[in-house]
Design a protein around this ligand. Structure first.
Ligand SMILES: NC(=O)c1ccc[n+]([C@@H]2O[C@H](COP(=O)([O-])OP(=O)(O)OC[C@H]3O[C@@H](n4cnc5c(N)ncnc54)[C@H](OP(=O)(O)O)[C@@H]3O)[C@@H](O)[C@H]2O)c1
Length: 319
């Protein structure tokens, strides 16, 4: 029997690459549209993966992309926008989601899996959370016999190549002793990327998941300060992490907005006003035993530690 054809929007990203690899290894045909496919040629070593150059993902392009596709997975998301008025978030999270839904209907796609975020809420404190919340509502609103939908609401996701531990590791290496930290007491329940991928796989054909949204968390809660201190320890650096007051956190966000790539913004600050922890961890319901931070993170941060880098250079020198 022919395995389903899956189109993964955002399939070149941190979560997308892992998801694409798993679906391909299970025998699915995977189509990944990308604005810059030449940067992701490593994906082509996987069987049955097709990388396709994407344009602006307008309605016509999406209609065409989804022709012959059985399942669409939408992972496209941004943490920051160019300006500060919410329009970028609206365009990427809400506008694009509407077009994806319309294209699914146009092309007769029967399954849509949509990545949202924990605390996504049309009335949330930040443009990011409000736009994610509105998009999620639109997706859940189209559940029908023709198009079955499921949404996922993860806390921060960790794993090799993540944008959380790796980003803090890079920042910590630039500030050797003291690390001033905004929103230090905000709580997170980091969830392993492999568990997130399992959640997508386990729900794909599960009728009970139709029209549902699942909160995905790890087994433990940590304050941001604890996670940054942990990262520093893993790098063998032992920084003094100093939590900033709300006023100073806001000021730091204002200043860092001007740095290319916006490592922190006022909108991020607003998102951090709600703890990123689950009311009930739905990984359990999906039959997934959540993975701890400590069983995975040291493995990839070790490569960035002083000792790890020394070992790597020594290995290279001995070749
Ligand atoms: N990572 C986390 O901790 C976390 C936590 C909660 C929720 N989420 C959500 O999970 C999803 C995946 O996260 P991720 O960390 O894997 O993201 P990521 O690494 O940034 O990847 C997102 C992908 O989406 C595509 N993309 C980004 N902006 C786009 C745009 N304006 N138009 C078209 N394509 C665009 C990019 O592909 P190309 O450049 O190849 O086109 C990129 O590879 C996102 O929706 C995110 O909000 C992530």
């Amino acid at each position: 029997m022919r395995k389903s054809k899956i189109c993964i929007l955002g399939g070149t990203g941190f979560v997308g690459q892992q998801l694409a690899a798993r679906f391909a290894s299970l025998g699915y045909q995977v189509l990944i549209p990308s604005r810059r496919p030449e940067r992701h040629r490593e994906l082509l070593v996987l069987p049955d993966i097709q990388l396709k150059r994407a344009g602006s993902l307008n309605q016509d392009e999406l209609n065409g992309l989804f022709s012959g596709v059985d399942v669409v997975i939408n992972l496209i998301g941004i943490l920051n926008e160019k300006g500060n008025n919410g329009l970028g978030f609206q365009r990427v999270h809400i506008g694009l989601t509407r077009k994806i839904i319309a294209a699914c209907k146009h092309a007769g796609v029967h399954r849509l899996l949509h990545m949202s975020a924990l605390n996504a809420d049309p009335k949330g404190p930040s443009h990011y959370l409000r736009s994610k919340g509105k998009a999620e509502k639109e997706v859940l609103g189209v559940e029908s016999g023709q198009l079955h939908v499921t949404c996922f609401r993860p806390s921060v996701i960790f794993g090799p190549g993540d944008g959380f531990f790796n980003r803090f590791a890079a920042l910590l290496r630039m500030s050797p002793f003291i690390f001033p930290l905004a929103c230090a007491e905000s709580l997170f329940s980091p969830v392993y990327v492999g568990d997130v991928v399992d959640a997508f796989i386990n729900t794909l054909d599960n009728e009970e998941s139709f029209g549902q949204a699942y909160e995905l968390c790890g087994p433990n809660q940590f304050s941001l300060k604890q996670l940054v201190e942990y990262t520093s320890q893993q790098l063998g650096m032992h920084h003094l992490v100093i939590g900033l007051s709300p006023g100073m956190s806001c000021l730091q966000a204002r200043m860092l907005e001007f740095i290319p790539g916006k490592p922190f913004s006022r909108d991020n600050y607003a998102s951090l006003q709600v703890d990123s922890v689950c009311s009930t961890n739905d990984l359990d319901e999906l039959g997934i035993h959540p993975t701890t931070v400590d069983s995975v993170v040291p493995g990839y941060l070790a490569q960035q530690s002083t000792r790890g880098r020394y070992d790597k250079y020594r290995q290279l020198a001995n070749r």
